[in-house]
Design a protein around this ligand. Structure first.
Ligand code: R5P
Length: 306
């Protein structure tokens, strides 16, 4: 097992350090009135962990999602760790920033993910751990954007299927968006021992409006699990929900690995689904009207097995 010390100050970082039986390097996330940031590490805890590898935990906040700030934060923390003697630094970003911008879609747009990948390569990591990135199971994977860094794109299908197994599902079917059989839907349906269907989706790139082919399967009286990696505006899931709901299913569960915004959650809540299930890949405060599955047990098992 790789001997990591965890770098971060939130409950997720503490839980991961506890599971891995390791120490933590606390970070004080200072911010100036003009929004410039100065994350500052606890130097005493670095001295105690100097023989280990550092693993920076980076999660953005669902109420004010800010991938740009989080990327700079990773870079600044890395600089402080190296300056203070850490020999090796890796990243755990459960939600992989910019993975949806894997190619320019319209003339004049940048290849943003390639730029982010090049920056992270320059900052010198050996490993990036993430969870169901946007490119998970696709023909072009996240790894294709990196040459020096090993990408660990961990699937959470097991987590969702273990949770859903307790729901006494009746004749379930997994529905997801996709251009063909999608790996996520295949995995979850195999774990639940049921069918799946991927609905072909098109997005108007000028106004972002999503349209979807209606489901072919008979959904009458069945429990549906709508499964997707990311929900941002909630538009994709609302479209699948509305098409499926017209076919008189029984309960509709939304299983969404990363819900990026509070506005998106509100839109999903207005659909009156049976249950919204997500993970704690993003930070979120306050009472929740949805189920949040903790990622730490899955990620710590993965790291322990390395
Ligand atoms: C995109 O291809 C992803 O898998 C999601 O379907 C998408 O990011 C969801 O975005 P929104 O909630 O804005 O429709």
């Amino acid at each position: 097992m790789t001997e990591y010390v965890i770098v971060g100050s939130d409950s997720f970082s503490r839980a991961l350090a506890k599971e891995l039986g390791t120490q933590i390097i606390e970070v004080n996330y200072k911010k100036f009135p003009d929004n410039e940031i100065k994350p500052t590490i606890n130097v005493d805890s670095v001295k105690k962990a100097i023989d280990k590898k550092a693993l920076i935990v980076s999660r953005t906040d669902r109420s004010i999602p800010d991938s740009n700030k989080k990327i700079w934060e990773i870079g600044f923390i890395t600089d402080s760790l190296i300056r203070n003697g850490m020999g090796s630094v890796d990243i755990l970003a459960p939600y992989m920033y910019y993975a949806r911008q894997d190619r320019p879609a319209l003339p004049g747009e940048p290849a943003s993910l390639a730029v982010v990948a090049k920056t992270l390569e320059d900052w010198g990591y050996s490993n990036i751990f993430t969870v169901n990135s946007h490119l998970y199971g696709k023909e072009t994977t996240l790894q294709d954007f990196f040459s020096e860094i090993k990408i660990h794109d961990i699937s959470v299908s097991r987590l969702f299927s273990e949770y859903l197994a307790g729901k006494d599902l009746r004749n379930p079917i997994v529905l997801g968006p996709g251009e063909g059989p999608e790996k996520m839907a295949i995995e979850l349906s195999a774990n639940l021992d049921c069918d799946y269907e991927c609905l072909e989706k098109t997005r108007d790139l000028t106004n972002q409006k999503v349209s979807m082919e209606p489901p072919q399967a008979d959904l009458q009286g069945r429990d549906l699990v709508i499964y997707d990696d990311i929900s941002s505006s909630g538009g994709t899931i609302a479209e699948i929900y509305n098409l499926a709901n017209e076919r008189n299913p029984s309960r509709i569960f939304l299983a969404l690995v990363h819900i990026l915004t509070h506005d998106g959650i509100e839109r999903l809540q207005n659909l009156w689904t049976y249950e919204i299930i997500t993970t704690d890949s993003l930070m979120s405060d306050g009472p929740k009207q949805y189920t949040e599955l903790p990622l730490v047990p899955l990620i710590s098992d993965y790291i322990k097995a390395l």
